[in-house]
Design a protein around this ligand. Structure first.
Ligand code: UD1
Length: 374
């Protein structure tokens, strides 16, 4: 039996690893275990329930207003004990969170091979996104199998000196997760939709990144306020992240404004449903950039840079920065220009075909079979 231990801690990692875990559970010759750090508590638990994943181990590290030092420290300490007990043959991590980096580092200390799902995303800017760009670079050097979502991600890994034979282009597992949700009947319509007239246009907003905390978040809120003022048919739904630093600004600037609805983070199917009801999406989230093309929704990315240029190149996403003027002007342009809107909303998803998880598990099986034969 090949013992594979999958480790994650936040909501997006859980969504992107759930389809992989399901495939691992089905695969012959693999014993799959799951450990969560609990870097996110409520937001992670929602996804675990949804995909019916029961972690074998829960380190429960989350603290209110936690610092990066605390997340890293508490993860490393918990994982040391865990690896002492479980000596897995492979540790699987995803993306660029601090849980991902800490798990890869812990596995390295115990000389356990690491598989990195969604490897090779880069902005080439050390501090943007912060700390994710460094988390993923450091995870790359600690990993043995690199599951790149796109050809561009593979190129980035080669640039970093990763041998080509260790890189596998699989597509992004978020498309697998999304397809799984779309196959199921909708019974998670959000009550906020009942308060919005049918003929109005909805903008869905989600913003949470550390580099957008403070001034950028203030600017974003200012732009949103102005948009609603200028477009009488517009209704705005803002899903407000649990981070207290996000909540303070958003509630102070936008609470009790007409046609602006601030809602709690919703479960995954509800978020997909809200995306499908939106006319367009304003976000700094990576996952939403990857989902929206499957739903035919244009995305305006409120960041200075993106590690997902594939969507921008394909024409389904646009980088609009975080100053109030550009967020307002770019959104207003898309609201007024029907031709531009149509162009941005009819594009195939450049991030995957829904089979990434199957490929990842086959590659793992193949890799360890060959290793054994050697
Ligand atoms: C983390 C990841 C980021 C990812 C994002 C997705 C790091 C450094 N950042 O950012 O890469 O894009 O998750 O959401 O790994 N909180 C709760 N309950 C929850 C979740 C968060 O109360 O369920 C609060 C806590 O007070 C926590 C704060 O939010 O201190 C921030 O969470 P944290 O994981 O530190 O950073 P995120 O901004 O969520």
């Amino acid at each position: 039996m090949l013992n594979v231990l999958t480790i994650f801690g936040t909501r997006p990692e859980a969504i992107k690893l759930a389809p992989v875990i399901k495939e691992l559970q089905k695969a012959s010759g693999i014993c799959s275990k799951v450990a969560v750090t609990g870097q996110h508590r409520q937001m992670l638990d929602q996804v675990l329930d949804l995909f019916q994943i029961k972690p074998d181990v829960d380190l429960n590290i989350m603290l209110h207003n936690q610092s990066l030092f605390q997340i890293t420290n508490r993860s490393l300490t918990g994982l040391e004990k865990l690896f002492d007990q479980e000596r897995p043959d492979l540790v699987l991590v995803q993306g660029d969170t601090t849980t991902c980096f800490a798990a890869a580092l812990s596995a390295f200390y115990c000389q356990i091979p690491v598989g990195h799902v969604e490897a090779g995303l880069r902005t080439e800017n050390k501090y943007n996104p912060f700390p994710e760009e460094m988390n993923r670079r450091l995870t790359t050097v600690l990993s043995d199998l690199h599951f790149a979502p796109t050809d561009l991600a593979k190129e980035n890994l080669i640039q970093c000196g990763v041998p080509e034979k260790k890189i596998f282009v699989t597509g992004n597992t978020i498309v697998d997760a999304l397809q799984n949700i779309l196959e199921q009947p909708i019974h998670d319509a959000h009550p906020v939709l009942e308060r919005i007239p049918h003929n109005s246009r909805i903008i869905l907003v989600e913003a949470h990144r550390r580099e957008n905390l403070g001034n950028p978040m203030e600017n974003i809120c200012q732009a949103l306020d102005k948009l609603v003022e200028n477009f009488p048919d517009l209704h705005l739904i803002f899903s407000v992240h649990k981070n207290p630093k996000v909540r303070e600004v958003v509630y102070r600037k936008l609470q009790n404004k007409e046609r602006i609805f601030l809602i709690e983070p919703v479960d995954y199917p509800t978020l997909i449903h809200l995306q499908s009801k939106a006319y367009l999406i304003l976000t700094d989230s990576g996952g939403i950039q990857e989902e929206a093309p499957s739903l035919g929704k244009p995305v305006l990315v409120m960041r200075k840079t993106t590690e997902r240029p594939e969507g921008v190149k394909a024409g389904v996403a646009k980088l609009v920065g975080t100053n109030a003027k550009s967020v307002f002007l770019e959104t207003a342009r898309l609201l007024k220009d029907k031709k531009l809107y149509n162009k941005m909303s009819r594009i195939a998803n450049p991030y995957g075909d829904g089979k990434a998880s199957k490929r990842i598990v086959q590659i793992i099986q193949h890799h360890f079979k060959r290793k054994k034969e050697k």
